[in-house]
Ligand binder design. Structure first.
Ligand code: SF4
Ligand code: SF4
Length: 293
């Protein structure tokens, strides 16, 4: 089983579209599982035509704890209110009230409460599940609740579920969140290869360098896909020079193509919406195989 993560320092560069199409192409010759590791804004299943209600199974997940107050013991000392760094407690009618959002489960209020009126309890703040796409492979996904923390833990659980559901898979494709934060690191660790998707803009290039710095830290081989490369030849050249200098393979340069947008609107991967692009994605798959086998 080869595990590949597709990431992008910057959001909106076409990462999920590329993951979905790569999945469709690889699935023609291999058993694969696609994993949506963007648990704050999951949309890989949608790109593959699968709505939440179409999933075979969802299960609740608790990745965080929250403060629970026993107001019968509270002596209104206000210490919890004054010491909550996250400003998650309101003061109402001389008693503390936990706000709907904001509690990070840090436990400070429990520590400072002189009358043991607070305890931390686990909360179901996320869900993970899987469903079969019409292309014959499963997509595993996770969703963190609004305002909840613990995205890295949810990614860890989503990947664990993918390893169970897709235990016979020859390829696991992880679609990471944008950026270089905790959920991205949780998507990248213990992989065989990383594909960094970028676009030729100053922010795209800057975020690409930061993302690859993180990947290098984990000693994972990586390659670059430049999406919409023809929109800015100067920055495409900068990215190519950077890749040469750092011995990173340019796996593909994808031209700007409006059909990427229409494919998203119609909830089909771009290689299905525009079969002319199939050869491009077949070449990407071949380049990746050369890199990891
Ligand atoms: S657990 Fe931490 S974040 Fe939550 S209310 Fe207590 S002090 Fe605030
Ligand atoms: S620290 Fe404890 S006793 Fe003091 S206001 Fe908060 S809950 Fe009440």
């Amino acid at each position: 089983m080869k595990k590949i993560t597709i990431l992008s320092g910057k959001g909106g560069v076409g990462k999920s579209s590329i993951t979905a199409s790569l999945g469709v192409i690889l699935s023609k010759n291999y058993k694969i599982t696609c994993v949506d590791c963007d648990v704050d804004a999951s949309n890989l299943a949608l790109v593959l035509g699968l709505k939440e209600k179409d999933f075979e199974k969802w299960e609740k997940l608790a990745t965080n704890q929250k403060a629970e107050f026993d107001l019968s013991k509270c002596i209104s000392c206000k210490k919890c209110f004054e010491n909550c760094y996250f400003n998650a407690i309101e003061w109402k009618e001389d008693k503390p009230v936990l706000k709907e959002f904001g509690c990070e489960g840090c436990g400070v209020c429990e520590l400072v409460c002189p009358s043991r009126a607070i305890k931390l309890t686990s909360v179901d703040n996320a869900k993970i599940g899987y469903g079969k796409t019409k292309y014959g492979f499963n997509v595993v996904s996770g969703q963190l609740g609004i305002g909840e923390s613990g995205s890295g833990k949810v990614v860890f659980e989503v990947r664990k579920l993918a390893a169970e559901i897709g235990k016979d898979s020859e390829f696991i494709l992880n679609d990471a969140a944008a950026g270089i934060g905790c959920p991205v690191i949780a998507s990248v660790v213990a992989n065989d290869y990383v594909i960094a998707v970028t676009e030729p803009t100053p922010s795209g290039f800057s975020d690409l360098k930061r993302a690859l710095q993180m990947v290098t830290h984990f000693n994972i081989n990586s390659g670059i896909i430049i999406n919409k490369f023809d929109l800015n030849p100067d920055y495409t050249k900068k990215i190519e020079d950077f890749s040469k200098k750092n011995n990173l393979k340019i796996l593909a340069k994808i031209p700007y193509d409006k059909s990427f947008l229409y494919a998203l609107v119609n909830m089909v991967p771009i290689v299905v919406y525009n079969p002319k692009l199939e050869i491009l994605f077949r070449n990407i798959a071949e380049e990746i195989k050369k890199e990891i086998f």
